[in-house]
Design a protein around this ligand. Sequence first.
Ligand code: 1YM
Length: 642
Amino acid sequence: MEKFEHEYGANQIQVLEGLEAVRKRPGMYIGSVSVRGLHHLVYEIVDNSVDEALAGYCKNIHVIIEPGNIISVEDDGRGIPVEIHPKTGLSTVETVYTVLHAGGKFGGDSGYKVSGGLHGVGSSVVNALSEWTEVTVQRDGGIYQISFERGKTVKPLTRIGDSDKTGTKVRFFADGTIFETLDYEYEVLEKRFREMAFLTKGLRITIEDLRGETPQKAEFCYEGGLNSFVEFLNKNKEKLHNEPIYIDKAGEFPIEIAIQYTTSYNENIYSFVNNINTIEGGTHLEGFKRGLTKVFNDYARSHNILKEKDQNLQGEDIREGITAVISVKVKEPQFEGQTKTKLGNSEVTGLVQSAVNDALATFLEENPSVAKAILEKCISASRAREAARKARELVRKKNALEGSTLPGKLADCSGKDPEQCEVYIVEGDSAGGSAKQGRDRRFQAILPLWGKMLNVEKSRADKIYNNDKLQPVILAVGAGIGADFDITKIRYGKVIIMADADVDGAHIRTLLLTFFYRYMRPLIENGNVYLAQPPLYKLSKKGMEDIYCYTDEDLEKSYKELEKKGIARDQLNLQRYKGLGEMNPEQLWETTMNPETRILVKVKLEDAIQADEIFTVLMGDEIAPRREFIEKNAKYVKNLDI
Ligand code: 1YM
């Protein structure tokens, strides 16, 4: 057996200090030690395989969650090099797994290093944060293996057999003393790998979950690349044209774009740089938007769809109903923004814009019926925008005349500091009445909702401004709507939706959440939207303090606890609350509004793609997917969340 040299020189001591730093401050390297950070470990390893695929050597990646939350990732690339690395005196695999940031430096120029999802730190960080790691490489006719514990080499690289194949397999067990949880969420990983497969045409990624009684498995491989991605995003939507518009430009900055218009009123654009989702957009997105606006206006002018007297279509008109995915590869990306997911490289704007200009103009010339369908929609969007502007003006004028910008039904709080203040949006006048009486008026405002329900998903902005149910919400929040929305103007730090725990309540919650998601998204992104959780039950008995239960499990627990104290079930009076209106003001305060005792669920936007799907399906036209969605998620409907 071939054993590799293992010496602890000055370099190696530095290495150990480096990995010690990772263990001391893991958050710096993987964002957090929550389940999210845990998932990052998997992405870090898989990213190396994806890099190998991008370099053209790897076709298959196989990820397994083994029993006991051990992760195994195997690819059929070239295998990490095994020869002694001149700088460290150790094998290259060992170097990659023990030297912080070693990944790219040693590999030469193999293209666009994606490595590391959001944080780009690589294998050594995973190694440092794992109780143990085992790497097996097939390369140069042999099988080689090396093992580590908490980042330290415990078995140096050894040749353990022969093989005519090539590839890398990494197994690791995350360190339970570092992470809050070791329980991987299969759905989260599955979603991420589907996305990665879309982004790397032809790459096959399989994921298996071997924990639990029923193993799960999924396989993703899309020959259509981004076209498949867009078709997937639009699967529940009515399309304006059958085939996505596809742009694929090779070169120094490869650019791949797929576009398909739907009949919806929303804009759904997802952008990626080196396979990293650029949630905050950036120069590539800017270039795309500019190109799109210019090409459609030019086409509309030259084909006399826009007459001389007509104004140009605006970008937002042209993006109504669009679903698009943009993926660019940039050698040295600069990421900016709060979450470092905004591309800063200024040279990219022009490159993307001209790629869109060329390819899209050609497409429109060759597909006049598609061009016509899209432009008809753009023009109707531009009319609606004009109508919305007028509606907005009207609201402003009306407010100016009436001398107040606040809706009449709002019972405002006396405090003025938005940070401290909260508004409860309450369905129904009777619950609104109780809430008004029960609240702490110093910091709690109540806005009862009345009027006709409007399906935001099926309406344009002008209808929304004029809707008597939503207008008070817009005015109370006080920060505008749509493109004008300005988060710094919000009047309340917490916008709390308080609705009954029944079907109607679920409906109003969904409606309001859809509205916030489509028209005040920063409010959700900034974590200002909450769902109040009124209790479902009250247990009472003479001489005993009332017990409120928020879930069925809660109720069972309370019964059991009381039994232990010698109080039997049949001695207790159980009240099931059908609506908020059944509670008196004191009870409402105590159970649902008192910051000391209430339960608030913060609405989080973890995943824009999933949120879009949920709202499209729940509020859209198509009935079959809605039924399917509700059947699949019936058990969660009680706690509707994005
Ligand atoms: C399951 C994880 O890490 N695969 C992988 C990693 C590398 C290579 C191939 C590779 C890269 C290069 C040349 C190169 C890495 N090599 C290095 C380094 N899968 C996994 N597959 N030969 C093989 O980039 O030139 C770092 S990652 F630095 F050693 F070359």
